[in-house]
Design a binder for this molecule. Structure first.
Ligand code: GLY
Length: 377
């Protein structure tokens, strides 16, 4: 079977690699600029627990299923492509500054405890013993060793290599629409060649909704800005773990990279397809990050960037069949694209084998939306 995958971000390339390597399909990936977009900008947290939010238990379950798969996924990827996948297993600390922030973290810890996911509560002093880069304004927090991180750019490089070694073809064109003959998909029209295919996966992130009317209103861009810092010899050492923090109620995070780098993120705005970095965004990130990690004032600021997360209506991704036979979707991963790549690739493999969505991924089936349910009848 031929599979066309629209979108060469982390989700598209993970699915393309697994479909070629495990299912033995002839796979073509269509993207005008592979490995760009939200995947290129991402901080790389693999953090189902510290991203958890009361009322989003299904997302937490999918996230935990995926973070558990990450070490095996990274090892298989390194073997397939010969490049390190960039997984970091040092864990995560969450820091609170003011008393309101401490109350909020306490609520998160209690909530996670009721779900059977205990986290370790630490005082400010205990947290500084674990991560000496934390400053005196940190009054307490949590230690979450199982929330991991990945170097997003290493990962994209490893995915591209694994795809190519497994015969995946890349067509560097913009996909315009998916063709069908009334009952089955037949291929993808691009701004150049048409790509014939017996199965099509729409995994174009924030751009997915434009590719099929059934996705109208189900996926939207959610802008996020990040900063990249580099350690300088005179500066204090960076943290080893991912540091998440609440600063007067505002969330900020710092994700370490090899060689002393840090990715500081992320703002969140609903401003359509705007990818300009704003002065206010940079100011807010630096102000809040510096209150938690004061030593970063001596780091070099080497990059600012904005990406568009594919937000869904209910914050769950959309992974499943759409209307015509052979048409699949894997998008709407919001803040969690890196985290959910392994579970999404497994789910798409199951769909390609005409099997049901495995385990907690069943909650991501777009059949929960009326338009998709009607089209699939
Ligand atoms: N994964 C965190 C973010 O999107 O900012």
């Amino acid at each position: 079977m031929n599979l066309a995958v629209i979108g060469a971000g982390v989700i598209g390339m993970s699915c393309a690699w697994r479909a070629a390597a495990v299912a033995g399909l002839a796979v073509t990936v269509i993207d005008p600029a592979p490995a760009s977009g939200a995947s290129w900008v991402a901080g790389g947290m693999l953090a189902p627990v510290t991203e958890a939010w009361p009322g989003e238990e299904e997302l937490l379950d999918i996230g935990v299923a995926s973070v558990d798969r990450w070490p095996e996924f990274a090892a298989a990827l390194a073997e397939a492509g010969g490049r390190d996948a960039g997984l970091r297993t040092d864990g995560t600390v969450v820091a609170a500054t003011g008393s309101g922030d401490r109350d909020e973290l306490e609520q998160l810890a209690t909530y996670l405890g009721t779900l059977g996911r205990p986290v370790e509560r630490l005082t400010g002093r205990e947290l500084r013993k674990v991560e000496p880069a934390l400053g005196p304004e940190v009054r307490g927090g949590l230690c979450v060793p199982d929330d991991l991180a990945v170097d997003n750019r290493q990962l994209l490089d490893a995915l591209r290599a694994a795809c190519e070694k497994n015969g995946v073809r890349f067509v560097e064109r913009a996909a315009r629409r998916v063709h069908d003959d009334g009952s089955r998909v037949t291929g993808v029209r691009t701004d150049g060649e048409d790509v014939p295919a017996e199965a099509v996966l729409i995994s174009a992130g924030a751009w997915s909704a434009a590719l099929h009317p059934l996705l109208d209103g189900l996926v939207r861009p959610v802008k996020g800005e990040i900063l990249r810092l580099a350690h300088r010899r005179s500066a204090v050492p960076p943290p080893r773990r991912t540091v998440r923090a609440l600063v007067d109620g505002r969330p900020v995070y710092a994700v370490p990279r090899d060689g002393g780098g840090l990715v500081i993120g992320a703002t969140q705005y609903e401003t359509g397809f705007d990818t300009e970095v704003t002065v206010g965004g940079v100011r807010d990130l630096l102000r809040d990050a510096e209150r938690v990690l004061p030593g970063i004032s001596e780091f070099a600021l080497v990059e600012s960037a904005a990406g568009l997360r594919p937000g869904s209506v209910d914050n769950l991704p959309l992974i499943g069949r759409l209307g015509p036979d052979g048409l699949l979707v894997a998008t709407g991963h919001g803040r969690n694209g890196m985290l959910l790549a392994p579970v999404t690739a497994d789910a798409v493999l199951a769909l390609l084998h005409d099997e049901p969505l495995p385990g907690p991924a069943a909650a991501a089936d777009p059949v929960r939306f009326t338009a998709v349910a009607t089209a699939r009848r």
